[in-house]
Design a protein around this ligand. Sequence first.
Ligand SMILES: [Zn+2]
Length: 576
Amino acid sequence: MTFASQPWARPLPPSRLSRFSLLWLVPAVLFTALALPPAPPSTPPTPSLLPAPEAEQSPMPQAEGTETKPTPPSQTALPQPAQKLIRVGLTSRGGPVALWCKAPLVITDPAQPGRSLAVQAEEKVTFAFGAVAQVAVPGAVPGKANQFWSGPLQIRTASGTSGAWQSALVSRENATNEEFIRLTSDGANPRWGRPYRGALEVTPRRVVNVVEVEDYLKGVVPWEMGATAPLEALKAQAVCARSNLLAKMAVHRHAADGFDVCDFDHCQGYPGAANEKPATTLAVEQTKGLVLFYKGRVADAVYGTNSGGITASDDDVWRGKPTPYLRGVRDFSPKLHTTMAAVVKPQMTEDDWAAYCAQNLPAYAQPGAAQQTQLASRRATSRRVALLFQPSDLPEFYRWSRFVEPTTLAQALATQPALKVKMDSVTEIRIVERAPSGHIKKLAIFGVCFEKTPAPLPAIQTVAVRQETSTEPPATGNRQPATGKPVSVVLQGDSQIRAMLSGRLGSTTALPSSTFVALPQRDETGALQGWILKGAGWGHGVGMCQRGAQNHAREGWDARRILQHYFCGVEVQKMD
Ligand SMILES: [Zn+2]
């Protein structure tokens, strides 16, 4: 049974089809396979603006699909209508790139029409990047290998009969894993590399996977949600990922980089075909072409790992105007979950938020026993997971805690010149503004700045740096020289607050979310030792909560109901 046969998969009106067709991109170059003659070297292309080197694979499902809103449209040429191909920029570690395939490969150079290089099955092809980029292929003429290089090289399997991109992708329809091109960028055995559907394009600075949209989604869905989720949740994830992709392509956020989307959290996590599973592939196939629309436009269907119980409105965590379909929802049933209903009141005080963040409250975002068991075993076997999750944390950071020391916080502030604050010691964290979802919008940090290099601390002296509006007890016993000048800074927005209060200077690991309370900790003399941050949720909290979607599916919701629960006023439409 196809997904299109279901009642909620309505066909798209013709007016939308034409706009949709403009989103697709296809390379316009056809290639002819011939022997490789020598040719003069030429200047490598300009380095790309690729993001930071790839991090280790996440120990748990990725935190979220999108952390930022789309950038405004650029003036690049519109994609050509045709084959539903997209270009995915693959993150590189910066070292040599090696390709390997069980099937024969063909390398072509669009800048030198009529030339190509055949690579036998299981031969390793290495692209060395540097001042002189070169391709090393077993059997190539010694000393002439680098002469092949003059720009992007395109690599595909040789099974395409005409040598065109399209043929390689048509043959992909019946491809087995043995026909996937495997890529490794760290010089390791290419047999360990990630497999990719479609074709690859190599430049001196990047590798781009040219792949059909539905095949791309088969790689995204298992990475972003995991194959063990209920099918209806996986289908909701597939529709989100497809809509998210199209919304990002429409604003050309990576136009300057030469591709449509990147392969990590900035756009959506995409490890190629490495994680494909039958269940997630089925979810993609059953939702083929289905996209979320809001008032005739593709909706940017963002999603995150765990909302903590209440999803966020986009303008509460990101800059920009409110998006009508990205409104926060309280994701629990008062009838079923009276405990949560008692805690989450119509008007929340800071004490209420402290109770909310401290308790393992029953909501749809709450992970189950299986996730508890999985986290416990992974903490035991993975040092990285053990460092990332504290013993008291719940899976997916549904509830979490961190300890932040004043000195660490002061050092973190010092790394951000844009804040224009010099704070030698931090004395108070104060929540200034909080969204209805619990996400902190503004947070003030108070401290002192020494006029000069401070003299050795006297026995006990206290500087009152707290403002009269503070509701916290005075910082009695806080040992600071009398010369300290009170200073303060206000942090704004989800990403800045999460980065500055991570409590792990030098780490790229931000706080799991900006929904938290800061509880000051003092020693027996009253001296401030730091703050325990107790928080809820993992990710920006906007859009679909992936854990919540899975729990709704287990209660019998279908994908359409899940999507319309998290995205206000959207329609699910088929477009192909
Ligand atoms: Zn990106």
